[in-house]
Design a protein around this ligand. Structure first.
Ligand SMILES: *Cc1c(COP(=O)(O)O)cnc(C)c1O
Length: 387
């Protein structure tokens, strides 16, 4: 007999594909495998029509127009095109400065670091407070006449903090600066409206919202202002010349379906998941003693629970991770022992990092999963106590 699979509580890393998404996309591998660019025959038309449907589904979830959705391979690619593409255009008129904040994903921080390293411009990385929030007034104060773009994520992937997007969007609008948001963790989890929040560019990824891996989209505003980007991948001119390469039709169909489901179920999912999260937190206090919840107490993703344990040693974290699929929430407990830039930015000490875990609940997390995870953790703690 094989051991039962560990309970999956790592939905910030990736989510299982919803069976309804799998069902929708499967025919596009087999009978409807055409290239949407083949305009001469039915195989092409079918694929093209399916991409159109998906584009409408993605646009609808964001409050965008279909002409504003650029399909790609995920949020890392979207971040790179948004930042490098917008900076390349703005630099032609002498605007070479970008503003971001300390808890961004590496997919934002590293393209901007590269922009600086090549001597093309400068980047301001703003600090966050102990809850992980950036201060909109600090964003405003950092804007100069050289600033081209502000990039602030919608929801943090480690501690779940939601950033004040609408406030930052309004500031950017008033100052004539583009506003990009990496919304990989937020899309399908919290309501988002690109027009209401003044967002000009938004990156998303299907595998974070119960869709397949390796597919995503970038929202690119068309009006007020029309955002110009320099493409980073050149070729056949797909996706309005912004991202060449034959479209991943099954992936795109899956992303569209995932967005349509999220539009329907986001609120009920969030309510149910938040209740499970409270149960998990109460259980953790019982099982593991003194702890602190990291991130923002209210402005947070329903499924995120990031905890520093004060009564347990690092060895317990390692043992838990062998029985429950959670994340260290940092690289602290890996071989490199490098503290997470997110946890350091919110002020955790290296010791606190070492006894912190990230729990990520999702659409398919059940009450039984929470019970099983707590039982496993209780067993780990009991064994540790015995020595
Ligand atoms: C997962 C994630 C990404 C990367 O998305 P991919 O589609 O895997 O490239 C970027 N930003 C955040 C906040 C994420 O959570």
């Amino acid at each position: 007999m094989t051991a039962p699979s560990p309970v999956y509580l790592d939905n910030h890393a990736s989510t299982p594909v919803d069976p309804r998404v799998v069902e929708a996309l499967l025919p596009y591998f087999t009978e409807r495998f055409g290239n949407p660019a083949s305009a001469q025959h039915r195989y092409g038309w079918e694929a093209d029509a399916a991409v159109d449907v998906a584009r409408r589904q993605v646009a609808a979830l964001l409050g965008a127009d279909v002409t504003e959705i650029v399909f790609n391979a995920g949020a890392t690619e979207g971040n790179n095109l948004a930042l490098m593409g917008a900076l390349a255009v703005a630099a032609e008129e002498g605007r070479t400065h970008a503003i971001t904040q300390a808890t961004e994903h590496k997919g934002v921080l590293l393209p901007l670091a590269e922009w600086e390293r090549r001597g093309q411009g400068s980047v301001t990385v703003l600090p966050v407070d102990s809850t992980g929030m950036v201060d909109p007034a600090a964003v405003e104060a950092a804007i100069t006449e050289k600033t081209a773009i502000v990039s602030v994520m919608a929801a943090n992937n480690e501690v779940g903090t939601l950033q004040p997007l609408a406030e930052i969007g309004a500031i950017c609008k008033a100052r004539g600066v583009l506003f990009h948001t990496d919304a990989a963790q937020a899309v399908g989890k919290v309501p988002l409206d690109v027009k209401a929040a003044g967002i000009d560019l938004l990156s998303l990824s299907a595998h974070k919202l119960y869709g397949p891996k390796g597919v995503g989209a970038l929202y690119v505003r068309r009006k007020g202002p029309r955002v110009a980007l320099r493409p980073q991948i050149l070729g056949g001119g797909h996706e309005w010349n912004l991202r060449s390469g034959t479209l991943n039709v099954p992936g795109i169909v899956g992303l569209g379906k995932a967005c349509a489901l999220a539009a329907e179920e986001l609120e009920s999912d969030a309510r149910r998941i938040a209740a499970l999260r409270s149960d998990l937190l109460a259980g953790l206090r019982r099982v593991a003693g003194d702890l602190r919840v990291n991130g923002h107490p209210e402005r947070r993703l329903a499924g995120n629970l990031h905890v520093t344990f004060f009564a347990q040693p690092q060895s317990v974290m390692r043992a838990i991770m062998q029985r429950v699929a959670v994340s260290a929430g940092s690289a602290c407990t890996t071989a490199t022992d490098e503290p997470s830039h997110v946890l350091r930015a919110i002020g955790l000490s290296e010791d606190d990092c070492r006894t912190s875990l990230r729990f990520g609940l999702g659409r398919f997390t059940t009450a039984e999963d929470i019970d099983r995870a707590l039982n496993e953790m209780a067993a780990v703690v009991a064994k540790q106590a015995v020595g």
